[in-house]
Design a protein around this ligand. Structure first.
Ligand code: P6P
Length: 336
């Protein structure tokens, strides 16, 4: 259904959700409430992130998550805030978080939705004051309402997402999401405690002149990636790599560009997580007119998931740049 009722810039997220819901008579309001719950937790995390320097919640906890990654205090703070907001909102029967190996049951088995999320990605950047982000992916459950959710609810595949988005805690805090009808962006006004509509219909430029990847892995990169990068440099494109996925992605979404995390010897299946990093960003980019692939023949959203925390390579951004990258016909952009 087309985005018929263009909303005036400046309305609050709350009002926007209510008006959009009115466009879908079958909408029961549950997904609307879920988005509100995420926005609420985002406001709280915004406050924590912006206060981190003044309170003892930066730095490591001395613990590791099940991925073996050092947990930052803010990582866990964000995890707790989002889980609590979703539990209280009562629309979600289960949550998958990067911070916990197993799915988290919300004790609300009548909830119709599940949420897969990275509560705070790029948290190693917190202590050096670099932008960080929350990523989320929403599905309608496939297990019977009233029963305990299972992994099957999370392993439906990227094209079954009913909504996806991120919150970027940068020079300003933005809430960007899609429900399959275009990509919309809200900017947080902390003096009022509200997200205001700032970008009613985000579309990525068809071509870009920015490449984002960690060239420290150059000697690990597949030949097709190195060839592509050499061509970018011959044209004097700009290398922009913050090392914080949401920040790199958001800049390319607005300015055009490509973000690449190819397989490396350290991460032969790529580093980024499929369910709560690559699927939501891939849904957003396709809604914004871009592309997200793992090879010349496979889109990220078409990957059939088998494990909750599985990793995948990721090549995502302006369609002309993604097409040039895969044009070399490499069946798989795999490590050499
Ligand atoms: P590398 C941060 O740890 C993260 O998950 C993403 O936010 C970021 O894009 C990537 O890893 C950076 O990884 O290997 O380049 O340091």
């Amino acid at each position: 259904q087309e985005n018929t009722l263009a909303q005036p810039v400046g309305i609050t997220l709350e009002r926007y959700i209510m008006r959009k819901q009115a466009e879908f008579p079958y909408a029961t309001g549950e997904l609307s409430q879920l988005l509100r719950d995420l926005a609420l937790a985002g406001k709280i995390v915004h406050r924590e992130v912006n206060r981190a320097g003044l309170s003892d919640i930066t730095g490591g906890m001395g613990t590791q998550n099940v991925q073996g990654e050092n947990q930052q205090k803010l990582d866990m703070e964000a995890h707790i805030r989002f889980v609590r907001a979703l539990k209280n909102g009562r629309e979600t029967c289960a949550i998958l978080s990067e911070e916990e190996a197993e799915i988290i049951h919300t004790d609300n088995d009548s909830g119709n939705y599940v949420v897969a999320m990275d509560p705070l990605d790029g948290s190693s950047n917190i202590d050096v004051n670099v932008s960080i982000g929350t990523l989320f992916s929403i599905y309608r459950r496939v297990t019977p309402v009233g029963t305990k959710a299972s992994e099957a609810d999370f392993l439906q595949g990227g094209r079954q997402q009913v909504a996806a988005g991120y919150i970027l805690y940068g020079s300003s805090t933005m809430f960007v999401y899609t429900t399959g009808h275009g990509v919309v962006g809200f900017t947080y006004e902390q003096s009022l405690g509200e997200f205001f509509l700032s970008h009613p219909n985000i579309q990525i430029p068809k071509q870009g002149k920015i490449f984002s990847c960690n060239e420290g892995y150059w000697f690990d990169y597949p030949e097709s990636v190195r060839t592509f990068l050499m061509n970018c440099k011959r044209r004097e494109y700009s290398g922009r790599y913050i090392g914080s996925l949401v920040a790199d992605y958001h800049r390319n979404l607005f300015n055009g560009g490509i973000y690449m995390y190819p397989p490396t010897s350290k991460n032969p299946n790529g580093k980024l997580r499929l369910l709560y990093e690559c699927y939501p960003l891939a849904m957003l980019i396709e809604q914004a007119g871009g592309q997200a692939v793992v090879s010349a023949t496979e889109a990220v959203l078409d990957i059939v998931p088998t494990e909750l925390h599985q990793r995948t390579p990721l090549f995502i951004g302006s369609p002309d740049m993604v097409q040039e990258l895969v044009a070399s016909g490499q069946a798989v952009l795999a490590a050499v």
